[in-house]
Design a protein around this ligand. Structure first.
Ligand code: FAD
Length: 279
């Protein structure tokens, strides 16, 4: 059987912690041997692209290909050119082209209204750079229907995105149904399943509300019974994510993208459970 892609996401340390803490995260992830690590980018005009580029450079120093995220709704072409120059210097292997979320009170620049606009621009400016894009198994909250969202996703792929990474989801059937629909719509690029381990009941409920991701009954029971016991819920979350990943890999998905949330211990535990499917 062909091994699926395995990739990780890290984020730049928060403003309140020293940037050097990323070394703790990356040290902790050693041995997982991912195909790439992606580095998130803030949203809004004032986001620090040097930070994403610096962390991507550090990922490269660990001998792992780095993919830099870029959200462009609040950027103009000069800003994107500057980001691409920084990403060149960091020797990224690709860029995850994103629109980003709306920041209250801030007016979008009106240049890159959708991720597809950014993808088309990057393809023109850097024809050899691999462009990644986001996708939403349970549809993006702003799309009226999953079908409409998939039509828009096709535009993103036609604009130059050659690899998709999904939003988190807690029920594999939702992801597999989405992949079938995307394939039927002519989307033929790899689609990685985004898995976010459950670690804390409050954050699951916040994320599932924000992303409109369904909490299936079996997860709702865990949150209900063990939600107030962080240690127990973390163990259950590791088991839940491991089971999700093994099932997806056994059912032939293109790949799995693990949201590490900069908690390498959790990622390591999951990796040790799922490794046979990826080596
Ligand atoms: P788009 O692809 O532009 O889609 C947004 C909405 O517009 C959808 O409803 C879609 O159907 C519609 N649409 C898309 N294209 C068109 C078109 N051409 N014409 C008409 N309608 C269209 N956020 C961050 O701030 N930083 C990050 O680092 C980050 N990383 C992420 C990584 C992944 C894997 C995922 C899944 C999300 C990430 N996000 C990140 C969140 C993301 O910015 C938000 O979900 C945002 O609301 C949408 O971004 P997008 O690039 O998917 O937008």
């Amino acid at each position: 059987m062909h091994s699926p892609i395995f990739s990780l996401e890290v984020f730049p340390p928060k403003r309140t912690s020293p940037v050097g803490t990323i070394y703790d995260t990356l040290d902790g992830l050693q041995g997982l041997d991912p195909d790439f690590i992606s580095v998130t980018y803030g949203t809004g005009k004032s986001s620090d692209r040097t930070l994403t580029a610096r962390i991507a450079h550090t990922v490269n120093e660990y001998g792992i290909p780095a993919v830099a995220h870029l959200t462009a709704q609040y950027l103009d072409k000069d800003d994107v050119d500057e980001a691409l120059d920084l990403f060149d210097q960091a020797k990224v292997s690709g860029v995850l082209a994103l629109r980003g979320d709306r920041v209250e009170g801030a007016e979008p620049a009106g240049v890159f209204d959708h991720a597809s606009d950014l993808a088309a621009y990057i393809r023109e400016k850097r024809p050899d750079l691999k462009i990644y894009g986001a996708c939403y198994p349970e549809k993006h909250p702003q799309a009226a229907t999953l079908e409409e969202d998939i039509d828009n996703l096709k535009k993103k792929v036609d604009a130059g995105v050659s690899h998709l990474i999904s939003q988190l989801f807690y029920d594999n059937e939702d992801f597999l149904r989405f992949v079938d629909k995307a394939r039927a719509a002519g989307i033929d690029v790899p689609i990685e399943a985004g898995i976010m381990p459950v670690m804390n009941a409050k954050s699951v409920l916040r994320m599932s509300k924000m992303c409109e991701s369904r909490v299936p009954e079996k997860l709702a029971v865990l949150l209900d019974k063990w939600g107030s016991d962080t240690a127990l819920l973390k163990e259950a979350g590791i088991a839940y994510a491991s089971e999700q990943i093994c099932d997806l890999a056994a059912r032939g998905v293109d790949g799995v993208h693990l949201y590490t949330m900069n908690h390498p211990c959790v990622s390591r535990r999951i990796w040790s459970n799922v490794k046979p499917f990826f080596v």
